[in-house]
Design a protein around this ligand. Structure first.
Ligand code: HSE
Length: 326
């Protein structure tokens, strides 16, 4: 049996527990052993939850238990998520995460620590929810040269833009809907300002190009300035408005990144990515364009990526690479 601990029992943490419980047999077969949730670490009261006997409020209990070999970090934010992840790795436990703030700020350090301790640091769920884009870049395209990444990486803003377009809602009305569906960040400013999409494109660029660029160094324009008039004007020109994140590597090896709302022609496949869906288009040397498309936020779509990483960590897949820092 493989014992794991879940850190953070919010939207994603509870989705991961639900998936692990309801697909127990299938997941055991894929992992080669049964996955048991030994602990769930959260400060809130879950005394009436069916898994109530697993809850602890002290991360030290998990750290000190040699039976726990995998920690799934879904706390969100930089601290204490980063500190707990590093401590778990240094204690010889693999860490899987959905936390893009930690991966974008400290992914290189945590990968290095994981490699030194012979454990995994896996981060599929940090970008694109259910879209298996990290695996595609690290595994399926391991022998290829990625030249450009372009995509819709924030479900909340994509939902808002689509609802403004199709139902004529204001940004505030559409944001309220996105929040009620569990898509938005705790503070939705990170969605609206483009900061969340920026962290995700930094992670994808690091996976593709091997270099982690600081998200503070990326030029970002959010959707604050997009109005129903902006959208009607785009419609009149045969386009729609999407928040596009882009990363490219030029011949001389330099990497450029950016996030901004763009008019996308209706005949571009990105134009039909609506609601909470995310999409990533890769331009791959000698291969051509590839597109990936799935729900980019929400409990169970994101949990699918965390669970895949738990299975890989159980199979002792080590961290794919240690990124350098720009
Ligand atoms: N707030 C994020 C989004 C959640 O809307 O895409 C998933 O990372």
């Amino acid at each position: 049996m493989i014992n794991i601990a879940i850190l953070g029992f919010g939207v994603i943490g509870s989705g991961v527990a639900e998936t692990l419980e309801k697909r127990r047999d299938r997941i055991a077969k894929a992992a080669g052993d049964e996955i048991n949730i030994k602990y769930i670490c959260d400060l809130r009261d879950f005394s009436s939850h069916p898994l109530k006997d697993r809850f602890v409020s002290d991360f030290g209990v998990i750290l000190g238990d040699p039976e726990v070999s995998i920690v799934a970090e879904m706390i969100g934010g930089l601290h204490p998520a980063y500190d707990f992840s590093l401590a778990a790795i240094e204690a010889g436990k693999s860490v899987v995460t959905s936390n893009k703030v930690v991966v974008a700020a400290k992914g290189d350090e945590l990968q290095k620590a994981a490699s030194e301790h012979g454990v995994s640091y896996l981060y599929e769920a940090s970008v694109g929810g259910a879209v298996p884009i990290i695996r595609a870049i690290n595994d399926s395209l391991a022998g290829c040269e990625i030249e450009e990444i372009e995509g819709i990486l924030n479900g909340t803003t994509n939902y808002i833009l689509a609802r403004m377009d199709e139902a004529g809602l204001t940004m505030e009305e559409a944001l309220k809907e996105a929040q009620s569906l569990g898509y938005a960040e705790a503070k939705p400013d990170a969605d609206i300002s483009g900061g969340d999409a920026c962290r995700k494109i930094c992670i994808l660029a690091a996976a593709a190009f091997g270099t982690l660029i600081d998200s503070d160094d990326v030029k970002i324009t959010g959707i604050e300035g997009v109005t129903r008039e902006t959208i009607s004007k785009a419609k009149g020109e045969g386009c729609t408005v999407k928040l596009i994140a882009r990363a490219a590597r030029s011949e001389d090896g330099s990497i450029s990144l950016g996030v901004s709302p763009k008019e996308i022609s209706l005949d571009d496949p990105l134009a039909s990515v609506n609601g909470v869906y995310n999409a990533v288009r890769l331009r791959v040397k000698d291969v051509g364009d590839m597109m990936f498309y799935a729900k980019g936020a929400g409990a169970l779509p994101t949990a699918s990526a965390v669970v895949a990483d738990i299975i890989d960590a159980a199979k002792k897949k080590t961290s794919p690479a240690v990124w350098t820092r720009a």
